[in-house]
Design a protein around this ligand. Structure first.
Ligand code: 6BB
Length: 673
């Protein structure tokens, strides 16, 4: 049965949703031909309504903007009902979360990031664009820890160039320039410099320079330009922040000057280089070779087709092959031509398998991603003692829309999804749990630049309750709806009761003004469970017969490679697991943070702990070092419709049941969840 996703599934295997809201959702996916990971932004045309032109602007901007610090657009696919944008994969997630995890960044690290931000923004300005929504949520980290600017939904390309005034007031209030919130005409570049000033401050302080629960009060603070300068900032960084956060845009530093500012150029002989390192004129030879073989075209024809830059499957294949090559992987298309749906030649099966088996040694790790879950990586041994399991639940960091996931996944894939996730994902390099510190260091109120701002709120709390809703400041035009919250929390403020449902949390969105909720652990509800857990079925193939043969061949390849994979996000529980839910928690920590908390707490209780992905194995040993108790605490995503919640599933491996339950209770009670 075709679904609205069928056209994109011709080229990509869609995986889980990493963000959703308003009219867009973003899913992880694998490009079938290259095995490369991508992010697919999916928008519903009907829901976009009058905002459809915004998407057009975003697409045009992203086609034009090719820069090492701008998220790359690979492909655009439009159907009667949907628009799909295939984008660069940035597994490090948002800079926002990175700052929050570290409270604030050391000056050296802030400088590395800020250089990249300035370079990206200077580049887009030279291309005639203003971003207008610069904030740490719109900067993602790629796998090499480089920043990528995303979300050009609010960008502007003034017809008369960057010297032409804009009037639409948009963006996030806390990052908006004074001239913009006043409803004056403004220059896009000047407004972006202000937002970058707020961003730099947030990077180095861990909280915002202008902050208030009340939007009116926030605007007053912005207009006054008063903010606190904490005493840990160096004089040069203070100077940079001051020149960027000048209320009068004419007195504000401009981008050209910014590129030469001493704080930014520290240790460099030159101003910041903002030019793009990519070129669309030179087409890579190896990619042409591979693509011309695959698409059965002459090299010349292939070059000409690529150079059309249609942002179709050809453009995507070229960019993704180039990515592979740049990462030192073989510049290879993994799927034999016959498997390529659109350009399928009538090649006999034998020829294809010969070709594949002949190249086995060449096959990169990514092949595993495409082959589906031939061998579950997780221990799928059936639980012998159902009474041992219980779960605690809470909101996830990454919003999932599992209802929609269910819509698009073929039944076979759904059954094995969890195993599959274990197959293809890498652990998030940024969130090694040891680096987490819970809670923000309260701001030390040091020097004051132009006035005193009280009640500093760490950035980590901004996302929950206090930040005013995004994009409410538009006056000249209605608010832009793209990626807005699904549900606004009572003006975004205040904690909510959690008693009346699992975790008492509403839906939330990538713009995520998540509600602040109180910690609530109902230990009285701690229940023993029967073993109703449905284990993922044995691995099923999601491909046809050729893939099955490939799968078997791949099975012969270095199994250690597969074992090395660790889930990038918590696995999702099934509905049948719900009755195991016993302890409720209601804070909104990331899964990685929960893992860190659990092991820290278990260690306090004199247990030995080993973290693996989202699992914490806890061990208690006797005086001779012999294990007396062994159990796992695994952070999981709750089943739909509460897949935006996280739970902790406990499982006894060895030891007395009573001791086990007591130990789990102690850890869960003590952990600051
Ligand atoms: C994108 C992405 C690219 O994501 C919710 C909204 C690219 C996201 C990603 C990630 C985490 C892990 C793996 C991949 C272009 N536009 C939007 C994008 C929006 C979401 C970011 C996270 N928060 N890779 N990833 F974010």
């Amino acid at each position: 049965m075709p679904t609205p996703y069928t056209p994109i599934q011709e080229y990509y295997q869609l995986r889980h949703t990493i963000g959703s809201g308003g009219f867009a959702k973003v899913k992880l996916a694998h490009h079938i031909l290259t095995g490369e990971k991508v992010a697919v932004k999916i928008m519903d045309k009907a829901a976009l309504g009058p905002d459809l032109p915004r998407v057009q602007i975003e697409i045009e901007a992203m086609k034009t903007l090719t820069h090492q610090h701008v998220c790359k657009l690979y492909q655009v696919l439009e159907t009667d009902t949907k628009i799909f944008m295939v984008l660069e994969y940035c597994p490090g997630g948002e800079l926002f979360d990175y700052i929050v995890a570290k409270d604030r960044l050391p000056e050296e690290e802030a400088r590395v990031f800020f250089r990249q931000i300035v370079s990206a923004v200077a580049y887009i300005h030279t291309e005639g664009y203003a971003h207008r929504d610069l904030k740490p949520e719109n900067l993602l980290l790629d796998e090499t820890h480089n920043l990528k600017l995303i979300d050009f939904g609010l960008c502007a390309k003034p017809k008369g160039g960057m010297d032409h005034q804009l009037s639409t007031c948009c963006g996030s209030p806390a990052y908006a320039a004074p001239e913009l919130i006043q409803g004056d005409e403004y220059l896009g570049a000047e407004a972006d410099v202000w937002s970058m000033g707020v961003l730099l401050y947030a990077l180095m302080c861990g909280f915002l320079p202008f902050d208030d629960d009340n939007v009116g009060a926030l605007y007053r603070k912005i207009r006054k330009g008063q903010y606190e300068i904490p005493d840990w900032l160096s004089p040069q960084s203070v100077d940079l922040i001051n020149v960027m956060l000048q209320v009068n845009p004419k007195l504000r530093i401009n981008v050209k000057e910014l590129l030469c500012h001493p704080w930014l150029t520290e240790g460099l002989a030159e101003p910041i280089d903002y030019k793009t390192k990519y070129s669309n004129n030179h087409i890579d030879d190896d990619c042409i070779t591979e693509m011309s073989i695959h698409f059965k075209k002459s090299r010349n024809t292939m070059v000409n087709i690529i150079k059309d830059w249609k942002y179709d499957d050809i453009t995507a294949t070229y960019f993704l092959l180039l990515n592979k090559k740049r990462r030192g992987k073989p510049c290879r298309i993994l799927v034999p031509p016959v498997l390529s749906p659109k350009h399928a030649p009538d090649t006999p099966l034998a020829d294809i398998t010969d070709k594949v088996s002949g190249n086995l040694a060449d096959l990169p790790d990514d092949i595993f991603n495409l082959m589906g879950p031939s061998t579950p990586l997780k221990d799928s041994k059936k639980n012998s003692n159902g009474n041992d399991d219980f779960i605690i639940g809470r909101r996830t960091r990454k919003e999932r829309d599992s209802e929609d996931d269910a819509d698009i996944s073929p039944p076979e894939e759904k059954k094995t999804k969890k195993d599959d996730d274990y197959m293809f994902v890498r652990p998030d390099p940024l969130y090694s749990s040891g680096r987490y510190r819970r809670g923000g260091t309260p701001a030390k109120h040091g020097k004051v630049a132009t006035g005193v701002v009280k009640n500093i709120t760490p950035l980590k709390d901004r996302r929950r309750s206090k930040t005013p809703p995004p994009i409410p400041v538009c006056r000249a035009t209605p608010p832009i709806k793209l990626m807005q919250p699904i549900k606004q929390e009572d003006g975004g403020a205040g904690p909510r009761s959690v008693d009346d449902n699992l975790c008492g949390l509403g839906t939330f969105s990538p713009e995520r003004r998540t509600p602040s909720v109180e910690r609530h652990i109902d230990m009285a509800n701690l229940i023993a469970s029967s073993d109703k857990r449905r284990r993922p079925g044995s691995a099923k193939k999601v491909f046809g017969s050729i893939e099955k043969r490939l799968d078997r061949m791949i099975g012969l390849l270095t199994p250690s490679k597969r074992k090395a994979s660790v889930a990038e996000e918590p696995r999702q529980l099934k509905k049948g697991d719900l009755d195991l839910l016993s302890v409720k928690i209601t804070s909104s920590l990331s899964a990685e943070h929960i893992v860190a908390e659990l092991s820290q707490e278990a260690r306090k209780k004199f247990m030995l702990c080993k973290e693996k992905g989202y699992n914490v194995r806890c061990k208690r040993v006797d005086a001779r070092g012999k294990p007396t108790l062994l159990f796992d605490m695994e952070v999981c995503q709750m089943p739909s419709p509460q897949s935006n919640l996280l739970g902790v599933r406990c499982k006894r491996v060895k030891g007395d049941t009573f001791d086990y339950k007591k130990a789990c209770e102690d850890v869960l009670r003590g952990a600051k969840l």
